[in-house]
Ligand binder design. Structure first.
Ligand code: AKG
Ligand code: FE2
Length: 319
């Protein structure tokens, strides 16, 4: 169900999602707090709900991350993956054979290369401007192939205490082939009225809510508003940002199932709020601080036990 247009439901929002955002950008620029590029980036992010930085991450860093992923079987049991091959929705521990098929979660816990990419100083700086504080990486999905996500807003599946205090990056670890299930999105869709599920929140409940209806209503709203549908055929090293409510999906694939699409999605919230799971998993509330670059938290690993070496996932979704 759609909330009334303009009804903010008393939620805290990012300043970039407020009506005075452009004035604030002008003020930051005049005060010398942001440079020309940052002014343009913020203006685009505010207006469109997304921002693209072509080739923002250097190939050597991308290659280091990609090599770690391609070699993750050298550390069996240390990574949490999807179980698509078995057609199961639960998650499993990674195995000892090379696997180019499943998606992996929260690689920033065990891989320095993942942290170097998702909390790259340039990304942290931009998110710090948007958040007015440091970013906290709170969920990461590494796609080796497209997972065929249907149309959605991340507020429906990535739950934060303040649902709108959320942003994401989508980073290409190789050139994306058209037809491989590339990321697609509706331009300016972050300004749609709030969509409320049966329980009256922006969080979906897969047992209760009709996902087909949700997808149809999202798509119809974007089409009705004449929002442009864009496909992002990314190049290696490209960084794409989106704000909490940008409507996006994986474009339906036409290439054979299993076609590589190595890409990394990281969700971030500002340090002024917490993931919704903190309510239910008190032993998963530790944040690892990376100084100026921000911090990370994980539902899938007990970070309080981190010493040297890799942690073993203990996700509530392990089957
Ligand atoms: O990479 C894609 O195709 C979509 C991923 C996505 O929607 C997400 O991780 O939030
Ligand atoms: Fe998403």
């Amino acid at each position: 169900m759609w909330a009334a247009p303009g009804d903010g439901l008393n939620m805290r929002v990012l300043w970039t999602d407020t009506p005075y955002a452009m004035q604030r950008v002008a003020g930051l620029y005049e005060a010398g707090d942001i440079n020309d590029d940052e002014r343009n980036d913020l203006a685009h992010f505010i207006e469109h709900g997304w921002l693209l930085w072509p080739a923002a991450i250097t190939p050597d860093l991308i290659d280091r991350f990609a090599a770690d992923i391609r070699g993750h079987h050298a550390h069996p049991g240390k990574f949490l993956t999807t179980d698509h091959r078995a057609n199961k929705t639960g998650l499993k521990l990674s195995g000892s054979n090379p696997d180019h098929f499943e998606s992996l979660f929260d690689l920033y816990v065990n891989l320095q290369s993942s942290r170097d990419v998702c909390l790259h100083p340039r990304i942290s700086r931009f998110l710090s401007l948007v958040f007015d504080t440091k970013p906290v990486a709170c969920q990461q999905l590494l796609f080796q192939i497209s997972n065929g996500h249907r149309v959605h807003q991340d507020t429906s599946v990535v739950a934060v205490e303040d649902p709108m205090l959320l942003a994401a990056t989508w980073i290409a670890l190789e050139d994306v082939r058209e037809g491989s299930g590339e990321l697609a999105f509706y331009d300016r869709s972050h300004r749609l009225p709030h969509y409320l599920f049966k329980d009256g929140t922006k969080r979906t409940n897969f047992a209760e809510d009709d996902q087909t209806l949700y997808q149809a209503e999202m798509e119809a709203a974007c089409e009705r508003e004449g929002m442009a549908y864009d496909r992002f055929v990314a190049k290696k090293g490209d960084v794409f940002f989106w704000t909490a409510d940008l409507v996006h999906r994986s474009h339906p694939g036409t290439l054979p199932e299993g076609t590589s699409r190595l890409s990394c999605v990281t969700h971030y919230h500002p340090a002024t709020t917490t993931p919704f799971w903190f309510r239910h998993h008190q032993n998963r509330t530790k944040a690892i601080d990376l100084g100026d670059r921000g911090a990370y938290v994980s539902l899938h690993y007990t970070l309080s036990e981190q010493k040297n070496g890799m942690l073993v996932p203990v996700s509530p979704y392990l089957r």
